[in-house]
Structures are given as C-alpha cells and as structure tokens.
Design a protein around this ligand. Structure first.
Ligand code: FE2
Length: 308
C-alpha cells in the first residue's frame, strides 16, 4: 500500500479501487481522515501499525462522507480508542439513527458496523489538527453529507469523493433525488476558486493539477446533464464491480439473481433502461470481459481491479 509522507507529521495512504484513501496526522495527537471499507479493516489497522501508531493513540477520526468505503474501520478504531468521530451533521443524523437505507450500507459485505458520531460538522467550521487548520466545505452531490477539508496555509485539499483527478464519483439519483446533479455542479463551482497546491482525493493518487481536475469534472457533469442515461451506465458498472470486489468473485449463475436483490441495480435499470435487467446485465458484463476487467475462472466471475 503506497504511503506518502507529505510532511514530517502528515501522511497520505493510497488504497485501491474499493477502499477509500486515508490521511494520517501523527504529531501532538493522532488523527485519521477516512478509514476505508468494512472488508478492508485488517489492512487499515495494519497500515496504522506500519506507521507506528497504536490504535488507542487515535483521538480523532474525520470522515469526508458516510459512504461505507470511507467509514469502514470507524467502529473497530472507536472501540479501542474511544475517539471522537466527526462528519457532516446530515451523516451524523442518519448514522446515529442507524438508517442503512439512506446510508447505502444495506448491501455491504461484511456489514458496516455502527459507531457514534460525536461531532456533526457544518460548512465553514475549522478543525484544528496539530499545526493545521482544516476548513470544512460542504460539497453535496456524490453524497448528501459530503465535505472537503481545506488547509489554506499548506494549500492542501482533502477532497474525498467530491473531486477526483480524472472522473467524477458515482451519483445515485434514485437515492438522492434529481437535485443531486445540480448540487454536484454547484460543488464544483464552490471548489473552483480555491488556491490548491495538492489534492488528496478519496480514490486514486494525489495530484497537483487542480484546474484540470475542475475542468474535467465540469465537463463530466455537463455530459450527464446532456445525456442522463450515461449516469445509469456508469452507476451499473460501479454496482457490478463493487459487488465482485466485495465478495471476492461470484459464481456466474448467481450474479444476476444477486444483483436483482440489490435495489441499486434494479432501480437504476428501471430509471434509465426501461427495466431491461438481463439486457443491461449481459451488455455490461460482456464489455468488462472484452476489456479484461472481469475474468471467468472455474465458474466464477472475478475482477482483476485491485480493491486495495
Ligand atoms: Fe468513495
């Protein structure tokens, strides 16, 4: 797992496709930004060990949003460390009410375990962590409780899934409503004027070319507005790949029935593809196989994408 030391007391850990990345502050206190997916807890704890961090030393976890690939180890860490957990106040509400529908945790394998959010964040708040002053910027679109954290003196941006280098994160209009696409557009325009030297995204490598990432996000949102079925195509691809990763492969004959029990699949096919579950399933799977992203092995479908 690549661990990048950004400053003597600050680390960026890049995970694979399924697990969200981490940022770690290890100085006057130990603080962690995002804790990856529930099936990656052992790796998350190992990474902390590699950084010579004892779990009980952790005093604060800040999450960029409540999606399960960013909060997966919160429970395990909070149990040992009794730490503060801070995320946006909307996520706090749904987590502390244990609402797995709005959190999207319903189909996680293993299940994301609940934890206590001790601090609900609002736009404009400052979170002091050692010498750094992280400004919370509310960035809905991909997630209703998405935030990014901006450190104006270092010009660092922890962008979660609000801004990636070369794509935009999935958008689930069934769950979030049609306004989410416009919220994402506003989010990009809110972020655009920031003076940023280094972006630490929720997935993928850290990067410096902020303006290009903003421009690419703008273009992708415009593409979605002009051609909404593209949202459906992209979402189905992610649901299928995530399912294969989560379960470390699936018996081929069981894959479509399994997807039919996951309402993200059925509702997306209903929204964009007229309920043609089989057609959409086979077309998407065939493309994955053609591109070598999914392989057949002993009756199972496996993805070669590193879940990290
Ligand atoms: Fe994510």
């Amino acid at each position: 797992m690549p661990i990048h030391q950004i400053a003597p007391d600050f680390f960026f850990v890049q995970r694979g496709y399924l697990n969200g990345n981490h940022l770690v502050y290890k100085g006057s206190q130990v603080a962690l930004f995002d804790t990856a997916y529930s099936s990656g807890v052992a790796d998350t704890l190992q990474i902390l060990k590699d950084l010579a961090i004892e779990i009980p030393q952790i005093s604060l976890i800040v999450n960029t949003h409540s999606h399960s690939d960013h909060v997966g180890a919160n429970h395990a860490i909070q149990q040992q460390a009794n730490c503060e957990i801070a995320l946006h106040k909307i996520g706090q509400y749904f987590i502390n009410r244990k609402d797995i529908f709005f959190l999207g945790w319903k189909f996680d394998r293993p299940q994301t375990e609940f934890f206590t959010v001790t601090r609900g964040l609002e736009d404009g708040e400052i979170i002091p962590v050692g010498p750094y002053r992280w400004r919370v910027i509310y960035t809905p679109g991909h997630a209703f409780d998405g935030i990014v954290l901006y450190e104006p003196f270092q010009k660092w941006l922890i962008s979660g899934d609000a801004l990636w280098e070369a794509d935009v994160a999935s958008i689930n209009l069934y769950k979030q409503g049609g306004a989410a696409l416009f919220q994402l557009q506003e989010t990009i325009e809110r972020l655009a004027p920031l003076d940023v030297k280094t972006v630490f995204p929720g997935h993928g490598r850290m990067f410096g070319d902020y303006d290009s990432a903003i421009a690419r996000s703008r273009e992708k949102v415009q593409l979605y507005l002009d051609n909404p079925t593209q949202i459906g195509h992209d979402f189905i691809k992610k649901v299928m790949i995530f399912t294969l990763m989560m379960l470390d492969g699936v018996v081929e004959a069981e894959f479509l029935p399994m997807l039919m029990r996951r309402e993200w699949f059925t509702t997306t096919v209903n929204l964009y593809f007229n309920g043609d579950y089989e057609g959409k399933y086979h077309a998407t799977l065939n493309k994955f196989i053609e591109r070598g992203l999914v392989v057949r092995k002993e009756g199972k479908l496996l993805t070669i994408i590193n879940k990290g």
